[in-house]
Design a protein around this ligand. Structure first.
Ligand SMILES: Nc1ncnc2c1ncn2[C@@H]1O[C@H](COP(=O)(O)OP(=O)(O)O)[C@@H](O)[C@H]1O
Ligand SMILES: [Mg+2]
Length: 78
């Protein structure tokens, strides 16, 4: 089973409202994580790593896009 896709995300977008302005943190992000592999999320501070992981793990609803984890659609949206 090693190598099977465990998490598939497509077209993730996430914006935060910030003092009347809107900041786009995730802009049409696609992501795969495979069973049996270690996946690292790397980038500068503020680049959106925590936001991405929160969306992938079901803690934060994206503005659009899909996350399927182990066969379950976490957000039930298209
Ligand atoms: N709850 C929030 N409300 C408004 N802006 C946020 C919030 N969380 C994160 N941000 C902003 O989104 C951007 C990405 O943050 P984050 O995902 O924490 O990045 P990283 O984990 O890579 O440092 C930053 O500009 C941060 O200030
Ligand atoms: Mg972080």
């Amino acid at each position: 089973m090693s190598g099977d896709v465990a998490i598939v995300a497509r077209g993730l977008t996430k914006r935060y409202a910030s003092g009347g302005a809107s900041i786009t943190v995730l802009d049409a992000v696609d992501f795969n994580a495979r069973r049996g592999e270690i996946t690292l999320v790397m980038g500068p501070s503020g680049s959106g790593k925590s936001t991405l992981v929160a969306v992938l793990s079901g803690l934060l609803r994206p503005d659009s896009g899909t996350v399927n984890a182990l066969g379950t659609d976490l957000w039930q949206q298209r």
